[in-house]
Design a protein around this ligand. Structure first.
Ligand code: PGA
Length: 253
């Protein structure tokens, strides 16, 4: 079975004290993950080492960065490089989140550069894609997401693409309380897998975990994750509440 993943994206929230209480409470209450299941905490950069240390010895639970810079190093005040993440032993990093694309003008090309650096450092990229509301309303979502995937991923080899996690996150569902229906999520995630299959073949496409993100919560996780092509979720708001995230972890296939 493909890896099934519950990924928390804390975004720019929590003090370190509150973050520690949250993680402790989740660790205390979550059931042990099965071999094919993973939980990931994408935490603010200053907390990476602290949270990583809290997760030592926990089966299949890892810390992740929320972003990295697309250049290897240099005069980029305030930025975090892949080399820095690697030197801290961080195993995964979100790239291309719609908030980064929208507020920080990240392009598909820059996201491709980040992915290259991450893969070279053996860090798993969690690549986000997804359409804005007006594209969904004009039914252009498949084409929109296919372009994001082609421009950021199609230079990768078969081996490289297999190392990626993809998160489909319709922008209209992020932080809005409006979730895609199970059918909408399944349809486009099956389409994403078909885009990968056209380029890399069925076997490769079948190996890539595709998460759904956008107002995932305890109340809808089980139904969303039950779909064939939904391999877990990337969770913002609900990942800040211990009970919610514990349930979401428990909803993994
Ligand atoms: P949300 O955020 O769960 O708060 O909608 C998801 C995300 O942006 O990753």
């Amino acid at each position: 079975m493909r890896k099934q993943i519950a990924a928390a994206n804390w975004k720019m929230n929590l003090t370190i004290d509150k973050a520690a209480i949250l993680v402790d409470s989740i660790l205390e209450n979550a059931t042990v993950l099965q071999d094919h299941q993973r939980a990931i905490f994408a935490v603010p950069a200053p907390y990476l080492s602290v949270i990583k240390n809290k997760l030592v010895g926990r089966k299949n639970i890892f810390v992740a960065a929320q972003n990295c810079h697309h250049k290897a190093s240099g005069a980029y005040t305030g930025e975090v490089s892949v080399e820095m993440l690697s030197s801290l032993g961080i195993p995964a990093c979100i790239v291309g989140h719609s908030e980064r694309r929208e507020y920080f003008n990240e392009t598909n090309e820059q996201i491709a550069e980040k992915i290259n650096l991450l893969l070279a450092a053996n860090i798993t990229p969690v690549f986000c894609c997804g359409e804005p509301l007006e594209i969904r309303e004009s039914e252009g979502q498949n084409e929109f997401v296919a372009t994001q995937i082609k421009e950021s991923l199609f230079h990768l080899s078969e081996n490289e693409i297999k190392k990626l996690v993809i998160a489909y996150e319709p922008i209209w569902a992020i932080g809005t309380g409006k979730t895609a229906t199970t059918q909408q999520a399944q349809e486009i995630q099956a389409y994403i897998r078909s885009v990968l299959a056209d380029q890399y073949g069925f076997e490769v496409a079948d190996a890539v975990s595709i998460l759904y993100g956008g107002s995932v919560k305890a109340a809808n996780a089980k139904e969303l994750f039950a779909s064939n092509d939904v391999d877990g979720g990337l969770v913002g708001g609900a990942s800040l509440i211990a009970d919610e995230f514990v349930s979401i972890m428990g909803a993994l296939k």
